[in-house]
Design a protein. Structure first.
Lengths: 217, 230, 217, 230
């Protein structure tokens, strides 16, 4: 992982408050767990029916029946629980999930999220993303600021099919921490070495800049 | 990482319940009824409560204390047959009573716990249980809309619990407890035994702790928990 | 229990076929179990969350957490299972209950059943009766032929609030075994010592009498 | 009384599945997928199947055999991301694919298993997932009608079973199995271990045997059940 990505993930880990129930989306969000202190009180949830996700295991120590929603062989910790898929999403939809960190193809300045389908190119199905994005108490996106071609992911409006409308509260990217506010995107923090002009250029929508000093991460 | 500790004092947790709260109460007859939580609720005296429970217990037990104290504005139950006091209070107009079919009550609460809006069912069609209920045509069939039901608080009785709130139940004391434990803003579980984290095997968890807010350990079981000789 | 009642219960026990999942309503129906052979393959269901109901226990041997839906202290047998109330009625409503034997205030010749409410006198709530009566694959009534005042319970139409419309297939009474047919009540068997005229007098609707010999029980 | 014995031979039970059947298949990734039942279904070759499953397994595993054989008319799934063959078959129009949100698929199946007509939910509103779905106004809110889903057959993988069909599951192999085991006309459970009646403690039963029609014991686990090294 690049240094910028690594710092972004470490910064996102501070989003997690003690006592929360948290679902970390497949990919980068899963890495957030590596930046939490060993005795940090948190409950990690996996859609396939697990609370209390323990460390990922190498193949030779893996339990063939114990994976997370991304297919990684994980482990339990004292107090882990297994349950069925209906109960798992009951937890998501009934407000018991304090936070989800998700990846994104596009995020709009009104909080719209597109992260599951690129018509004609990528349509593997929505999985659990739609319920996480609709019902987690707080939806936060963790993503590179631009896609692989350098196109901005933070936009005035999403062009791809939506996962959820107006649900994203904050974006952690390799360039900045950006909140979604009633007035649109608002810069909160800048990654070390990123200039305001570079950020503006990489962002596909207006971004409010605070008058005070901008913290870096 | 470790799982958060939710152990708390019984009196403090009951004190969080305001007047006017909707309270889900586990139990079917004696088994699974959280008598200690109910005794404290009766002692503290919160009023205007809406109580959701399978039954009204028997005279002198469980939610009958709340009814006798005049703390209950409305009961949502499946039957009152074993509690003459509750029937008298209903007939006198002292409490409002909404009757639900037993499995439909369970499903309405479960729907609340599952973040659904309602279930559609044909149970009750052709009977007075259908009166006043919204109907929907679906693929040529008429269905009743049974809205999801949630509580401000759920009072749960567990056989064992760990500090995170992973719960097990004993025998038929399970009944409404698992669905109610999913369906309230604040879930308070009393437990006969508190085990350390890891003391409930992950496969043996009946209610995952992520649904539970507070765990209170019972130091002793009152007479109400015992065998009822009729 | 009177001899006639006892014979009625014994006769009703023969309604249960090997392999069935059966719910026995509170009261007389519960007694049916005493007339099954010790190794008879059947699964008894109790609404409060139990399959595989074992014998009723005296108070000094009872488990305070183990009751049936009528509040009796019962026991388990090898293979018993406990589950919650939602699962218990899922079983009932999804067609897994082969048979229920229920009590009745009134049964109509079209199979309507009233057994939960007498307006102004008795309205304790419907409990689980409505779902048992709507959804068991076969609904059979076990009842005295007349109420305590001697009024017939088998009627042209129910006067009390219904539990279910047109769901009763058969009635076992202390006087007769009666089927509900498209043409109305049809006599199948007579209790020993009951005359056709006594049966007709005790029945509040026409009853079809077979031309062949009528078996007794 | 004793509980009925439902043990049976795997081949015979798969042979009861007709062409055109709707088949619910447990599993999320490898864990909980009934690979042995699927292998036999692939061998027997029933056609025009509607397969309901969380995912399409991976190429060369599980339901991919059915897809490769041309036995599948329609898939109802939440995603196909790990199976390029399935995506290719979908894009070529060889199979019809209906995508469901994961928890809504679980709830639709559970509703089928609970004898309900449908659930009402707001999940998907404002997205293309709502397209073509019946809407209902309920207490001033718009809800989508998500109809109950049942199978002619359910293929279930259990960790242990007794002859009556009381089932337990291991770790995250539970997933869709318990809801699917409630929601089919004929439920066939394969089990890694068959224990005698009483060998599953009543409190440890995850799927009560009353929902299960047939229990087949696996003499060995094929390679498909093992760890997948990527």
């Amino acid at each position: 992982m690049s240094d910028a990505k690594s710092r972004m993930v470490a910064r996102a880990a501070r989003e997690i408050a003690p006592g929360m129930v948290v679902n970390l989306g497949i990919g980068l969000p899963t890495q957030v767990v590596n930046h939490l202190p060993a005795d940090f009180p948190v409950c990690l949830h996996s859609e396939n029916g697990l609370t209390g996700i323990g460390p990922t295991l190498p193949y030779d120590r893996a339990d063939r029946n114990l994976i997370d929603a991304g297919g990684a062989y994980v482990s339990t910790i004292p107090g882990s629980a297994f349950f069925d898929s209906a109960v798992s999403f009951a937890l998501v939809r009934s407000g018991r999930l304090d936070l989800t960190l998700l990846g994104a193809f596009e995020v709009a300045q009104n909080g719209d999220l597109a992260n599951w389908k690129i018509p004609g190119k990528f349509s593997p199905g929505v999985g659990g993303a739609i319920e996480l994005a609709h019902k987690a108490r707080r939806v936060v996106v963790l993503t590179t600021h631009c896609d692989r071609k350098g196109n901005p992911k933070l936009l005035e409006a999403c062009s791809l099919p939506l996962t959820a409308r107006g649900r994203v509260a904050r974006i952690y990217s390799d360039m900045a921490v950006v909140d979604v506010t009633p007035a649109g995107f608002a810069l909160r923090e800048l990654a070390e070495g990123v200039s305001l002009s570079a950020l503006r250029e990489a962002t596909g929508a207006p971004i409010l800049i605070p008058h005070a000093d901008i913290p870096t991460f | 990482m470790k799982l958060p500790d939710k152990t708390a004092a019984l009196e403090d947790m009951i004190a969080t319940i305001p007047d006017g709260a909707t309270v889900l109460v586990g139990g079917f007859g004696v088994p699974g009824t959280p008598f200690a939580l109910l005794q404290e609720l009766a002692r503290q005296g919160q009023r205007d409560l809406v109580v959701v429970k399978n039954d009204a217990n028997e005279a002198g037990m469980g939610i009958d204390h709340l009814i006798a104290n005049g703390q209950v504005r409305k009961l949502i139950v499946t039957h009152l047959g074993l509690n003459a006091n509750a029937i008298a209070a209903m007939n006198a107009g002292a409490i409002e009573v909404e009757f639900c079919a037993q499995g439909i009550l369970a499903e309405r609460i479960r729907a609340g716990g599952a973040g659904l809006g309602a279930i559609l069912t044909d149970i009750g069609l052709g009977t007075e249980m259908a009166q006043g209920k919204q109907q929907v045509e679906m693929a040529g069939r008429t269905m009743l809309v049974e809205p999801a039901l949630r509580g401000d608080v759920a009072l749960i009785h567990a056989a064992s619990a760990d500090p995170f709130g992973n719960l097990t139940y004993a025998a038929t004391a399970r009944n409404f407890n698992p669905v109610m434990a999913m369906a309230a803003t604040r879930v308070i579980a009393e437990t006969e035994v508190l085990v350390p984290l890891g003391g409930v095997a992950p496969d043996a968890v009946a209610t995952p702790g992520a649904f539970v807010d507070h765990v209170v350990t019972l130091s002793a079981l009152s007479q109400e928990y015992g065998i009822v000789r009729r």
